[in-house]
Design a protein around this ligand. Structure first.
Ligand SMILES: [Ca+2]
Ligand SMILES: [Ca+2]
Length: 363
């Protein structure tokens, strides 16, 4: 009897440590690991973007206009290029960056930045050659800009399209205007032309009704974005082709009488989650490495005002957030950017204005 009880007990342990996948295979759940944080690099200013490059260096933008490569082991910084045209007014300046997925044969660096007077925003493709950037090619110009709400994350999807998040540039109504480049998520071919399978022929708009999205990531065949709300309702959205995300008529969920009327008339997509009070949602990445097992199938979000890393655990389908957990609250100040190494280490970039840091999260 004692042996039978012991066997049953052991079996229940064995089953609780495993989960059955949809295909019937049994996958062992790896135990949680203890996280270690280490400052890799400091003395930077307003890190806006971080990309873990194929050269095993972390490529960063700083809002003033500088692009650099940082050695993730030693923190050694190699200047790549300073874009002379960048004008950093308020929240504006040099913002998002993406490297071409086949970088060895197409050494192209895409950046988005603010410039000029009147103030505007553009997307430019440079060629990385001889350790610097040359041959600028304008991909998209005349995006409205302002001292606030300029977006802008760049992301190249698995189907080789360039996504650009744009802010409402402080003219909220433009987010609902399909003819304005403001308050949108745009989708372009890598040469700047308009994909033939965009929602509306001849239009770069992929989704609209966005206030100021500063995080964008593709995973599970889906597109996830973070978006700054006003004094309420920061959002995480699942981005679907051609859909309306509500701003400025809807803040967060469709939960007031006026919003409900607008939402049903305009088929508005509600966020996966929303935060009131706001936390200032910025860089977004997706984690699915065995390296930190407890982060598997999670969105990782960095925040400015709340100054923390937030883990958003997704359900198996990737269409719901099951739980949230905070890390490094107020440890490094405002956090703007996040990237991962192929091994599964995570890197965070701060945006305090002076002595900004890159922080490595490992085990
Ligand atoms: Ca919304
Ligand atoms: Ca609402």
């Amino acid at each position: 009897m004692k042996t039978l009880l012991y066997t049953l007990l052991m079996l229940s342990f064995a089953f609780s440590a495993c989960k059955k996948d949809d295909d019937g295979s049994v996958e062992e759940e790896l135990p949680d690991v203890t996280l270690k944080a280490r400052v890799v690099s400091s003395g930077l200013s307003n890190i806006w973007e971080m990309v873990y490059g194929p050269d095993q260096q972390i490529w960063i933008t700083e809002r003033s206009g500088k692009i650099s490569r940082i050695n993730p082991e030693t923190g050694a910084k190699t200047a790549v290029y300073t874009i002379p045209e960048v004008v950093s007014n308020g929240e504006g300046g040099l913002l998002g960056m993406a490297l071409h997925p086949q970088f060895s044969t197409s050494p192209w660096v895409y950046v988005v930045y603010n410039y000029g007077s009147p103030y505007k925003e553009k997307v430019v493709r440079f060629t990385y050659s001889g350790g610097t950037l040359t041959s600028p090619l304008v991909i998209l110009d005349q995006i409205p800009a302002a001292n606030i709400h300029n977006g802008s994350r760049l992301m190249i999807s698995s189907d080789q399209k360039l996504f650009v998040t744009t802010g409402d540039a402080s003219v909220a109504a433009n987010a609902q205007d399909q003819n304005s480049l403001s308050g949108k998520i745009l989708r372009l071919n890598l040469d700047g032309s308009i994909p033939s399978d965009n929602p509306t022929a001849g239009s770069r708009v992929w989704s609209f009704g966005h206030r100021n999205a500063q995080g964008l990531v593709e995973a599970n065949g889906k597109l996830y974005a973070s978006e700054h709300g006003p004094n309420n309702d920061d959002e995480i959205n699942l981005i679907a082709k051609g859909r309306n995300y509500g701003w400025p008529n809807v803040e967060g969920y469709c939960n007031t009488t006026t919003e409900q009327a607008f939402c049903s008339a305009n088929n508005v997509v509600e966020p996966l989650t929303a935060w009131t009070p706001t936390i200032a949602t910025s860089g977004l990445s997706y984690y699915n490495s065995d390296y930190i097992p407890q982060f598997k199938n999670s969105l990782l979000l960095v925040t400015l005002k709340a100054s923390k890393l937030v883990q958003l655990k997704l359900n198996a389908a990737g269409d719901q957030i099951e739980s949230q957990k905070d890390f490094y609250v107020n440890a490094y100040g405002r956090l703007r950017a996040i990237c991962q190494s192929p091994e599964g280490k995570i890197f965070l970039g701060s945006s305090n204005g002076s002595d900004d840091k890159i922080i490595e999260i490992s085990k």
